[in-house]
Design a protein around this ligand. Structure first.
Ligand SMILES: Cc1ncc(COP(=O)(O)O)c(C=O)c1O
Length: 358
């Protein structure tokens, strides 16, 4: 394979980030590895964490099946629950913990006849208004579940909508609503995503559910002492495949978006939007060329993008380019592309080989 584009996944960084989540929370942590571990490879990430993760979180049965088929025996949480009642037999067979967030799912669960009691996470809607039961109904639903002979462990959970905004009071409101709703129930609780783990001590209950922080991207709008310890897990890299000098007044690439105000040395990098790099990355988006700072100039194309080498006069064909990783924060590329690191990681396409270091 000779195309230089690749994503190097540092499994040690993922382990260190998982340990940070555990350290911050003091309780159990379900490593969220849905969407192919946010693009990092779910099976490899699960294997790397299998000796220490308390559980894994996935979005659908297919993702759980992939883990079980690769020999992962750790507890798996199905975060959106089942989509159809017949999926409950797979939940049973695969020994999963199933989230219940609608009346339909509750009805299906109560009518099911599993081989063994099913572990359940009952989801409360404390303000995200996407999934979950109204807090005032939780006591009654909990009683129904607790009385059902084929329901095993019950955990109560909620999900935050704004925990990444550290000065925003709404997370405290969600925590207070949750605590009020569950006050009389003596069962395990789970509130925090990564931002909750890192920035909201009151959200660190029996279980936390870190996702993006495992992969080293800081979800907080203001980094703190915990989030500064995160280690990037994915390095998206490629190499220069052409270097050229353009005269002042010449423009670069599709739509001639960037016009040279002075003579510019331009590098062409073998990586484009078909690899998952955002096409809407603006001029000035940071990259590193052989370790030195550079920037995107011109529109990103399908298989290539162009960078400014004016300050790196010795850069030549074959030199390495980091698009994000240890030196270029995925968050800074995301900010220049009007998106978030989550979409960058999950958007890396099949064409980019994942290479693991451990
Ligand atoms: C229910 C639930 N918990 C936890 C997470 C992890 O979130 P984050 O990646 O922000 O840590 C997600 C992600 O969407 C989720 O849906």
């Amino acid at each position: 394979m000779s195309r230089p584009a690749k994503a190097t996944i540092n499994l040690n960084a993922i382990r260190a980030n998982y340990r940070l989540a555990k350290q911050c929370s003091g309780g159990k942590a379900a490593a969220i590895i849905k969407a192919n571990a946010y693009g990092h490879g779910a099976v490899r990430v699960a294997q790397a964490l299998s000796s220490e993760a308390d559980a894994f979180g996935v979005a659908c049965i297919e993702e759980a099946l992939e883990l079980r088929e690769s020999g992962i025996t750790t507890r798996i949480m199905l975060l959106e629950g089942v989509f159809t009642p017949d999926e409950l037999s797979a939940v049973d067979r695969l020994d999963m913990t199933v989230v219940i967030h609608t009346q339909e799912q509750l009805t299906w669960l109560l009518a099911a006849r599993p081989e063994r009691p099913l572990a359940v996470m009952l989801k409360l809607d404390t303000g995200m208004h996407r999934l979950g039961f109204a807090p005032e109904n939780v006591q009654a639903i909990y009683t129904q579940l607790a009385q059902c002979p084929h329901v095993g462990d019950i955990t109560l959970m909620t999900h935050f909508s704004r925990a990444d905004e550290v000065d925003e009071a709404f997370t405290a409101t969600q925590i207070a609503r949750f605590q009020a709703a569950v006050a009389t129930l003596k069962v395990p609780l789970s509130l925090a995503n990564s931002a909750g783990v890192l920035a909201w001590p009151a959200a660190r209950a029996d279980w936390v559910r870190p996702g993006i922080m495992l992969y080293g991207a800081d979800p907080l709008d203001q980094p703190n002492a915990h989030s500064c310890q995160l280690q990037p897990a994915m390095s998206l890299t490629s190499a220069l495949i052409a270097v050229r000098e353009l005269a002042a007044g010449e423009s670069i690439g599709y739509g001639a978006r960037f016009t040279c105000e002075q003579p510019v040395r331009v590098g062409v990098v073998a990586l484009g939007y078909a690899d998952g790099y955002p096409r809407h990355a603006k001029d000035g988006t940071p990259v590193r060329v052989k370790g030195q700072k550079s920037r995107i100039i011109g529109r990103v194309s399908m298989d290539m993008l162009t960078v400014d080498l004016t300050a790196i006069p010795d850069a030549k064909v074959g030199d390495p380019v980091e698009l994000w990783g240890d030196d270029v924060a995925a968050n800074s590329v995301a900010a220049m592309s009007d998106t978030i690191a989550y979409t960058l990681f999950t958007g890396v396409t099949r064409r980019v080989p994942l290479v693991y270091v451990d």
